[in-house]
Design a protein around this ligand. Sequence first.
Ligand code: PLP
Length: 397
Amino acid sequence: MKKVYLDNNATTCVDEKVLEAMLPYLKENYANPSSMYEPARYSAKAIENSRSQIADFLGVDNPNTIIFTSCGTEGANTAIKGVVSKFGNLENKNHIITTRVEHPCVLSVYENYEKKGYKVSYIGVDENGDLDVEALLNKVDDKTILVSVMHANNETGAIYPVYDIAREVKKINKDTKVFVDGVQAAGKIPIELRNSDIDFYSISGHKFHAPKGIGALYIKEGTLFEPFMLGGHQENSLRAGTYNTPYIVALGEAAKLAKDSLDFELSEVKRLRDKLENGILSQLKNAKLNSKAKKRVPNTTNIGFEYIEGELILLYLNELGIYASSGSACTSGSLDPSHVLRAQKVPFTSLHGSIRFSLSRFTTEDEIDYAIEKVPEVIKKLAKISPFQKELNELGL
Ligand code: PLP
């Protein structure tokens, strides 16, 4: 059976070149880079090389602004908790601003701070998925310790104007720190942190063809925070723990390859994504585009299929070897519609039938043609067993 992997926002395959680069550090070059002897110095050099590759990838000059983490979740937790522990207090530095559409690894941290008595302002998006930047800036006051906005949304691909937001926030309160979750932007659009007002920017390797279990956090020069991983003196004592040399090498190589592939991503991957999107939308009158923001990453589309159940679509697609993801998460049998699509006020009729398709530079034309053929077939099949026959008939299904 054909296998078409269209869930690259969940995770990506490891690039063969990345695997090749990391393997020697799993085999012969295994020395702990913090030791003094020659093989250790070799490992340490590989780590510093990777740090420079990440700095280049993120558009910064100083590699020492980069620390390695285990994942995007760790990057977000390090930045947020690090700022709140350092600068927060419940009397007069107790305000955090974020968006309604952040990833759970960010939102759940803020929910915890709310329980502790911090005030968190959640900024919404409009029906296209664009962020209400004016509302965000209106919320910044002298109690605001942190503003946290993702660069690109994992479900819809919407890009938010993080550089402008950081600049304007600092004009209102220069002490407010700005954290950007860049996990879904890295490898998809150029990143240029040099000369920006962003204080923290997190990325995760498994979203751009490095293995799972490695990420990085940019911390602007001179930015103070309270490290939460304490132990040895690795990463200038900002993140303790023995360096994961093979994965760090993999991250650097993946970043280099992703940077070299950006033009391809912005032209060819986007062309295939648009082909898929138009191919589906043009065949089905009940298909509604959820990815409508002014700017979006080139690999992602999110389509709502009115009156059809999303989990069923995924199961039927799985039978045909097409792997995508639902806009809704199924928890213990009860359907919980996507918080991102709800924030966007996606109508109830397509909220439960929304599917995210996400491509990578390894997605082929042949795979997209197969999906364009099979997705409408599945929707038409499911329309026949939907309880909304009248509505679907009116839509020609
Ligand atoms: N932030 C965003 C926007 C994500 O999409 C994800 C993962 O899906 C994460 C953070 C968490 O990254 P990780 O899986 O590396 O912890």
